[in-house]
Ligand binder design. Structure first.
Ligand SMILES: [Zn+2]
Length: 295
């Protein structure tokens, strides 16, 4: 083993856990493990420990990001995971600290992504900015002067602000949440209600690019809801601007006009929206950046 230090980054998603590390300032992917609904915490965390211990560099610290409510105050506990039903109230931080013997920091995956984007200079280190990830759900992070802001321990849960009273029920326990109207399923639903066909966002995007009027209308409806949510956030935070990431941000060209129209009809704040390119390993890189900066 070399005497070089490895700062580990783990991104636990609903389909895969991506594992990488920063050594000598360079990030590299090390392994991808399957997860899924039946994924058991003890099995996956034990595999992660083995990979870290067997790697050819001295483990220095470990960052872990995952979707849902991550409680940083209690040594790193995953309180609620929307994609991994066996991972609620799992003390992943202390489990990994005990097995690997290095400092561990846990956070919501959107926050981890934000830390990576700040450390690569994609999000400015001056001023207040909001990161919104548009995917299956909608993640949110408040960034001020280059640091993620936490109130009671969590950062922005933008996807669960109510945008429609008495609206669609949400697994979080509320209803009418923004992500019910501007998340992946919403776009699929807008398209299927007029066509009867169930397509993925990528397929709807391809159809819209090919001039399909119903796909374009689905994106217009989707864009209206994106614009409405961003207008609410602009009025609450008055940010310098928004950064969009997540799978659906790649389709921004299709919904931007409708989102902008809705936004400007509801608020006077300037429309400054930047789409961040979403590399498939950005979550693991962000988690490793947390390990470098916070451990
Ligand atoms: Zn909700």
């Amino acid at each position: 083993m070399t005497d070089k230090k490895a700062y580990w980054g783990i991104d636990i998603g609903g389909t895969y856990a991506k594992i990488g590390c920063i050594v000598d300032g360079v990030f590299r992917m090390v392994q991808t493990l399957p997860t899924g609904e039946s994924c058991k915490p003890e099995t996956l965390l034990s595999s992660i420990s083995d990979i870290v211990m067997e790697y050819d560099a001295v483990p220095a610290a470990l960052g872990l990001g995952t979707a849902g409510l991550v409680d940083r105050s209690s040594g790193g506990t995953i309180r609620f995971s929307p994609n991994l039903p066996l991972w609620n109230n799992v003390q992943a931080g202390s489990i990994l600290e005990n097995t690997v013997g290095i400092p561990v920091v846990l956070d919501n995956d959107c926050n981890a992504f934000a830390v990576g984007a700040i450390s690569s200079g994609l999000i400015p280190s001056q001023g207040l900015w909001l990161l919104v990830t548009l995917g299956t759900g909608i993640g949110g992070t408040i960034i001020n002067q280059g640091a993620v802001q936490y109130g009671t321990g969590y950062s922005g849960e933008f996807g669960h602000m109510t945008v429609k009273e008495g609206g669609i029920p949400c697994p979080c326990g509320s209803n009418g949440c923004w992500e019910r109207y501007a998340g992946r399923k919403a776009l699929e639903w807008y398209y299927s209600t007029v066509t009867g066909k169930r397509l993925s966002p990528l397929e709807i995007s391809l159809s819209a690019s090919n001039g399909d009027l119903q796909a374009k209308e689905a994106f217009r409806e989707y864009g209206r809801w994106v614009g409405l949510g961003l207008a609410n956030l602009a009025k609450c935070f008055s940010p310098m601007g928004f950064f969009l990431a997540g799978g659906l941000s790649a389709t921004t060209d299709h919904f931007k006009k409708a989102a902008l129209q809705e936004y400007t009809s509801r608020c006077r704040h300037p429309w400054k929206v930047t789409v961040l390119e979403d590399s498939p390993n950005a979550g693991a890189f962000g988690a490793a950046s947390m390990a470098v900066l916070q451990c």
